[in-house]
Write a protein that binds this ligand. Structure first.
Ligand code: NAD
Length: 500
């Protein structure tokens, strides 16, 4: 499908997908199907299989067999890199198709989905280099009788569980790095946004990935996800989602085989704006930071911590930006903010907006559901007079709702920023280098932006401090997470005997 011929409307009939095992789709057979309605249009667009516990076992067994016979880990880095590069090439060719289905299931604007797929191509290209450059260490300083080497080995069978907000991007921030180091995998996408994960499996088979290296099981978190985190034969699990389910993942690992974990969880991320910032630029950045992906980003800048002397003026500048943002049909090229991904999330966001008003915050902009005749949409919303104890200042809303809190000193700005159980991301807006550096050093967050927000790419790692998670994804740090090190001691010559 190319851009010119793309029919930018939902399909007439929902498309049915099997799950992916051993290099091929498996049809539903007598398993139940889940129907997904497009959140932007309210019509059914896809049907996916509700996999069973036996299907999870079969997928793990497939990944285990592929790992043990070394059909992937036994290849040279150059051969693995070739498959990752070919994946990037095919993904580039099929980008329009992937972006279309991502938009239909998730509700994000098509222009944004396209940009995300382009970013995913970059992840595969970058990780292909890592497949060739990944290496260990050596110790030539152990005396004439001993040589030490440290090797990096793949962890084994890796399970990946992803959320619905960036189904394809989050997947591609993990998969190429997991595969670069020689692991095999089972992916479990969110039950509401599964099909682009299945498409990636198909693309990788097309690119020459050996069968069984990448398997996909679809279905609910409660059954399929739980079976994966409990599984005794999964060596590592990368979980991205809510902090509550992250806790369940840690418990399951402790109760099963102590599988190694990577956790990327929630956030309540501060945007700190000093009076000396380029306020026009900052207002645009702050509006983007909470409006992008309808605020359904783990790294959304949902707390605006702004110097008191400009607080009212700056809040109004952000509200003016909100008024100009184009909210609407995700398949419309001009749309900047699309639909809310699920009914439940829509209710959660509207619930927080009501709570903010009940708790005495002042609604400056938005606060209402937008009616386009179909789908579910919420206007970008700004609350002033927010205090640190209010729910809208403390809890992750995962929607386009910004809570404004003023500060007077640098120390106070940092204290408010750190007054959260989370530590995922933060931004500072100032033209003063000293303030920028002080704040970036002292705010506890895994990602930090100065005079920008939400930027990223394959080179820099992603991850959180505090209750936002464990470990890092992407970059060299990301690929290393999916390896384990082995130390090898090699005796040179004859060893000193123990028994005389
Ligand atoms: P969620 O935790 O409800 O679900 C995430 C995934 O876990 C889904 O695939 C789901 O099916 C699965 N799951 C649910 N229950 C499970 C269980 N008992 N066992 C195993 N798997 C289970 O999260 P969500 O609603 O899909 O996504 C929103 C949350 O994800 C937000 O809190 C957000 O901050 C977080 N998130 C974090 C990042 C990050 O990188 N830190 C990125 C995106 C989203």
């Amino acid at each position: 499908m190319n851009k010119a011929t793309l029919q930018l409307s939902p399909p007439n009939e929902p498309r049915t997908f099997g799950f992916y095992l051993d290099g091929a789709y498996v049809a539903a057979g007598d398993r139940e199907l889940a129907t997904r309605n497009s959140p932007g249009h309210g019509v059914p667009v896809t049907k996916t299989v509700k996999c069973t516990g036996d299907d999870v076992d079969a997928a793990v067994a497939s990944a285990r067999a592929a790992f043990e016979d070394r059909r992937w880990s036994g290849l040279g880095g150059a051969e693995r890199a070739a498959v990752l590069l070919k994946t990037a090439e095919i993904l580039r060719e099929r980008a329009e198709e992937v972006a279309y289905w991502e938009t239909l299931e998730n509700g994000k604007p098509i222009s944004q989905a396209r940009a995300e797929v382009a970013g995913c191509v970059g992840m595969f290209e970058y990780a292909s280099g890592l497949a060739r450059s990944l290496h260990g260490d050596s110790f030539n300083n152990l005396g004439d009788g001993m040589f030490g080497i440290v090797t990096r080995e793949p962890v084994g069978v890796v399970g990946v569980i992803t959320p619905w907000n960036f189904p394809f991007l989050i997947l591609c921030e993990r998969v190429p790095y997991i595969l670069a180091s020689g692991n095999t995998m089972v992916a479990k996408p969110s039950e509401v946004t599964s099909v682009t994960t299945l498409m990636l499996a198909e693309i990788m088979t097309q690119a020459g990935l050996p069968d069984g290296v990448f398997n996909v099981v679809t279905g609910s978190g409660r059954s399929v996800g739980q079976a994966l985190i409990d599984h005794m034969d999964v060596d590592m699990l990368s979980f991205t989602g809510s902090t509550a389910i992250g806790r369940a993942v840690v418990e399951a690992a402790g109760k099963s085989n102590f599988k190694k974990l990577g956790l990327e969880l929630g956030g309540k991320n501060p945007q700190i704006v000093f009076a000396d910032a380029d306020l026009e630029d900052a207002a645009d950045g702050v509006a983007f930071g909470i409006g992008f992906n309808t605020g359904q980003c783990c790294v959304s800048g949902s707390r605006l911590i702004v110097e008191r002397s400009v607080a009212d003026r700056f809040s109004q500048m952000v509200a003016d930006k909100f008024a100009k943002v184009v909210v609407g049909d995700p398949l419309d090229e001009a749309t900047q903010v699309g639909a809310i991904t699920t009914d439940t999330q829509n209710d959660t966001i509207m619930g927080y907006i009501a709570k903010g008003q009940d708790e005495g915050a002042r609604l400056v902009h938005g606060g209402e559901q937008l009616d386009f005749g179909r789908g579910q949409y919420i206007a970008p919303t700004l609350f002033a007079d927010v205090t640190r104890d209010m729910a809208i200042a403390r809890e992750e809303i995962f929607g386009p709702v910004l809570a404004v809190m003023p500060f007077d000193t640098v120390d106070e700005a940092i204290e408010i920023a750190n007054d959260t159980e989370y530590g995922l991301a933060a931004s500072v807006w100032t033209k003063n280098i000293d303030k920028a550096l002080q704040v970036s050093r002292r705010v506890r967050a895994g990602r930090f932006w100065v005079n920008t927000t939400l930027s990223g790419g394959p080179e820099l790692p992603i991850g959180g401090m505090k209750q936002s998670g464990w470990g890092r994804e992407a970059g060299v740090y990301g690929v290393e997470e999916y390896t384990q090190v082995k130390s090898v001691h090699i005796e040179i010559g004859k060893r000193d005997p123990w028994i005389a």
